[in-house]
Ligand binder design. Structure first.
Ligand SMILES: Nc1ncnc2c1ncn2[C@@H]1O[C@H](COP(=O)(O)OP(=O)(O)OP(=O)(O)O)[C@@H](O)[C@H]1O
Ligand SMILES: [Mg+2]
Length: 376
């Protein structure tokens, strides 16, 4: 965690790069928080907006994103449909046993892959593993945006900070928050760039309103102190996971489909709201340009179906609650395709951070020093 991992970053330029993609990394050292699910939905929604997308899977052990994209390819072959695809690369972990050699090897292969997809696409979206690996740290340091999905529970909040269970005060930032801080410093030193960190709550439900309120309060407190923005989250929805084996998302089946449920519409809205949080001019422009048609389309074609169990009201509450600062933006248009009718048929219907004042241990990390300064 502490070793300087970026000193030997290769700086060789790619020959005549046509583009310089915006890099989005999905990261959270905790497993099962929704990184791959969010990654898939961001990739497909960007593609559906007409952007070219490169994707990198550095979770070469699970390879969930790669399997999803392979499933998508199989669906295209089997169903004879055409679906937008990203330019995908899997970066394997180095087989070397000596740590220094393995890290140099990982760094070299990652930067080579990144340069390749950055030069050819508008966006690069990177899925990382649910553990602290060297590759994951490197990827974070090359991000323009890091998006960290967290399950909507205090059990998962510890990926951001240690919170006092009695007082709900934040005791200290987590190792992951420290790591993010370090990568921001590395990025600034390397190319003067900045990494914007976005945290999104995932699998939101309306069942535990008290928990949700506390989560909103604590993530808000943390965001101001540790330096991230809070994005509107994804609700717990079957539609976010049920089409994995077909390599599809709700964004593939919406347009042109005759019957769509409120849950489909709400899921698509949540993906759009996440995209808006990025505040990227090119995306906002597309949203603006195409929003009205899409809104009209939603109004005309929505039908509630019993097959999708997620409650529609589960959406509005968290989005409104968490994202008060998000500006209202027009709808996204996802260009209708003739093939989408086919897909509809094959898809299932369906207070400030309290840094311990009387801490007996000395404060070491840059982030902790920063927090002490802030706490005055
Ligand atoms: N909003 C959601 N609604 C319903 N199911 C979800 C949602 N988000 C994630 N899931 C499900 O939760 C599980 C974990 O999600 P996912 O694989 O995306 O997490 P991850 O962070 O990539 O995990 P890992 O750290 O193991 O790579 C999957 O079964 C996924 O389908
Ligand atoms: Mg994953």
């Amino acid at each position: 965690m502490n070793q300087p991992v970026f000193s030997s970053v290769p700086t060789a330029p790619v020959s005549a790069p046509a583009k310089n993609a915006h890099v989005i990394v999905l990261g959270n050292e905790k497993g099962g928080s929704g990184k791959t699910t969010t990654c898939m939905h961001i990739i497909i929604s960007l593609l559906r907006l007409g952007f070219s997308v490169g994707s990198i899977d550095i979770d070469s052990r699970q390879r969930s994103l790669s399997r999803y994209l392979e499933n998508r390819r199989q669906t295209m072959l089997k169903e004879g449909v055409s679906l937008p695809q990203p330019q995908h690369i899997v970066v394997q972990r180095s087989p070397f046993n000596i740590v220094a050699e393995a890290e140099a090897d990982d760094l070299e292969r990652f930067t080579r892959a990144l340069e390749r997809v950055k030069a050819a696409n508008d966006f690069v979206v990177i899925d990382s593993p649910g553990s602290d690996t060297y590759l994951a740290r490197v990827a974070h340091a090359y991000a323009d945006n890091v998006i960290t999905p967290i399950n909507d529970s205090f059990v998962d909040l510890d990926v951001l900070a240690t919170v006092d269970g009695q007082t709900m005060k934040i005791i200290k930032p987590s190792i992951y928050s420290e790591m993010m801080w370090e990568q921001k410093l590395h990025r600034a030193k390397r190319d003067g760039g900045s990494i914007e960190w976005i945290v999104m709550r995932n699998r939101l439900s309306n069942i535990d309103a008290k928990n949700k309120r506390f989560m909103t309060q604590v993530t808000g407190d943390l965001s101001r102190r540790i330096g991230f923005r809070v994005a509107p989250g994804f609700s717990e929805r079957v539609i976010f996971r049920e089409m994995f084996l077909q390599g599809l998302t709700v964004l593939d089946i919406m347009d042109g489909a005759g019957t769509i449920s409120m849950s489909h519409v709400a899921a698509r809205q949540e993906v759009r709201d996440l995209l808006r949080t990025l505040k990227i001019a090119a995306i906002d422009e597309k949203l603006k340009k195409t929003g009205k048609d899409d809104q009209d389309d939603d109004d005309d074609s929505v039908e509630e179906t019993a097959a999708v169990p997620a409650a529609p009201e589960a959406v509005a509450a968290p989005v409104a609650e968490i994202a008060k600062e998000q500006p209202a933006a027009p709808e996204v248009e996802i260009a209708p395709k003739a093939d989408d009718k086919v897909l509809a048929a094959i898809a299932p219907q369906a207070e400030p951070v309290v840094v311990k004042e009387e801490a007996k241990e000395p404060v070491h990390s840059p982030l902790e020093k920063h927090l002490v300064e802030l706490a005055g």
